[in-house]
Write a protein that binds this ligand. Structure first.
Ligand SMILES: Nc1ncnc2c1ncn2[C@@H]1O[C@H](COP(=O)(O)OP(=O)(O)OP(=O)(O)O)[C@@H](O)[C@H]1O
Ligand SMILES: [Mg+2]
Length: 300
């Protein structure tokens, strides 16, 4: 007999963790159960202090948005109240969750730029434990508009501070630049995850990003942990292996143990507006982002 969404909370109560559940349920019931299940969980586990995590790299197309989407989905599935803030005018985090970002009435722009704007109007509840503060092209002018504020670099921090009692995790998807929006994300966060593809030029650019973040940390006296995440990994490529070893030498314990493999299923899931967790639990991307969520929960 196939398990139904109604069975999930009870099954959850008995199981050790999500991984056990995924393995057992997929063996017994095949594909599809997690899709129902994500919609059925509504339970928040006891949690240590709130964490805000920025996903940041000036380089485009390294997997920031896919990481933001799937890390948020797994943190929520693990029972943590999670908010995903899209801080990129491209609006891809919202799109990746099936939101028509150009049609949303209120976005992160309103909250950041219009003082005192009620954030509740802009937050969308997507799934149990998972909310999104979407963005769209309106945010493109925010880089300039923020310049007129006195504490321009801490506008997002004020917002995040007002929400910290409501969420275990806030995940921020940054644009591919190190402008005022990204500075706001870093000032608001305790952890920054920097996705990096294992390629020579990618790492060359990464060192500059890390230096710039170091300067920001010093200038604004930030207490932020910088963690590096290998994405688009292809085990069979010698160059990828070599660059992985180089990253291990460069960053040591700041390189996350989780490695996100290249997987077209991740691309397909985003295109369908759902997380990899709902789309294909057999895919490497599902396993990798599950591992990332677990590793981040352990960072504390
Ligand atoms: N591990 C992966 N395997 C295969 N495709 C991936 C992977 N991660 C991301 N992609 C795909 O690569 C493209 C770029 O990913 P993504 O949008 O997450 O990058 P980004 O760093 O957010 O880009 P931008 O800088 O433009 O915001 C997307 O089409 C995405 O679906
Ligand atoms: Mg992106």
């Amino acid at each position: 007999m196939r398990a139904s969404a109604d069975d999930a909370p009870e099954s959850l109560g008995r199981m050790k963790d999500i991984e056990t559940f995924v393995n057992e349920e997929t063996r017994k019931n095949g594909v599809g159960i997690l899709k129902q299940w994500l919609g059925a969980i509504d339970r928040t586990r006891g949690h240590k202090p709130h964490r805000t995590i920025a996903i940041c790299n000036q380089k485009g197309g390294v997997g920031k948005t896919v990481t933001a989407i799937n890390l948020s989905a797994f943190l929520a599935a693990y029972g943590h109240r999670t908010l995903l803030i899209d801080l990129d005018p491209q609006g891809h985090s919202g799109v990746g969750f099936g939101i028509d970002t150009e049609a949303v009435e209120h976005s992160v722009y309103d909250v950041l730029v219009n003082g005192g704007y009620p954030v509740e109007r802009a937050i969308l509840s997507l799934k149990p434990n998972l909310d999104v503060l979407p963005s769209n092209i309106d945010l493109a002018s925010a880089e300039l508009e923020l310049a007129r504020f006195e504490k321009r670099e801490s506008r997002l921090k004020s917002l995040v501070d007002s929400l910290r009692d409501r969420y275990g995790y806030i995940v921020i998807d940054c644009p591919p630049s190190l402008g005022m929006l990204t500075i706001n994300a870093l000032v608001a966060s305790q952890i920054v995850i920097i996705p990096v593809t294992p390629a020579f030029l990618s790492i060359h650019g990464l060192l500059k990003v890390a230096d710039t973040i170091d300067i920001l940390i010093e200038s604004f006296s930030l207490k932020i942990r910088m963690l590096f995440l290998i994405t688009f990994f292809e085990k069979h490529l010698r160059e990828a292996q070599l660059q992985k070893e180089r990253l291990e030498r460069l960053f040591g314990k700041d390189l996350l143990k989780t490695i996100v493999r290249k997987s077209t299923r991740l691309n397909e899931a985003t295109g369908r507006g759902i997380s990899i967790f709902e789309y294909d639990q057999y895919s490497p991307g599902c396993q990798d982002y599950m591992n990332l969520a677990k590793e981040i929960m352990e960072v504390g």
